[in-house]
Design a protein around this ligand. Structure first.
Ligand SMILES: [Zn+2]
Length: 136
């Protein structure tokens, strides 16, 4: 599979993709990524990629902002399959202002953390009980 895009007239697409992606869409993705970074501020890195169309992501540590301004918080946002993502379904948020989307995602993450802390307390009580029993 060759994911290196080739320019052919109005198209800019790789043989592995085959989605007839356009040069215009590629340029637009780059522009949108730059615009997002301008809004978000320093420390964000852009990635423009092709998969049945041109897409972009800007990341800063565990936070990734995607085209359309949906946000995900993940242990490893660089992983394409988001396999290590603990929060995908809980923190995927959309907003026309990426900063609002990031704030929402963080708020949901904190809420998940608080819920986990409560569960952890209950689990700890059980484990402590095991540990008090001789040979437990
Ligand atoms: Zn393509």
């Amino acid at each position: 599979m060759n994911w290196i895009p080739k320019r052919k007239g109005a198209y800019y697409c790789s043989s592995a993709c085959g989605g007839r992606c356009t040069w215009e869409a590629y340029q637009q993705a780059k522009t949108e990524a730059r615009k997002a970074i301008k809004i978000l501020g320093a420390g964000w890195k852009a990635r423009v990629f092709e998969n049945m169309g041109w897409h972009w992501t800007v990341t800063r540590g565990p936070i990734s902002v995607h085209n359309g301004y949906w946000v995900m918080i993940s242990e490893d946002p660089q992983r394409a399959d988001h396999g290590s993502c603990l929060w995908t379904y809980n923190t995927t948020t959309y907003h026309k202002d990426p900063r609002v989307a990031v704030r929402r995602a963080a708020k949901i993450m904190y809420s998940v953390m608080n819920r986990l802390a409560k569960v952890e307390k209950s689990v700890r009580v059980t484990i402590d009980q095991f540990n008090k029993k001789a040979g437990g």
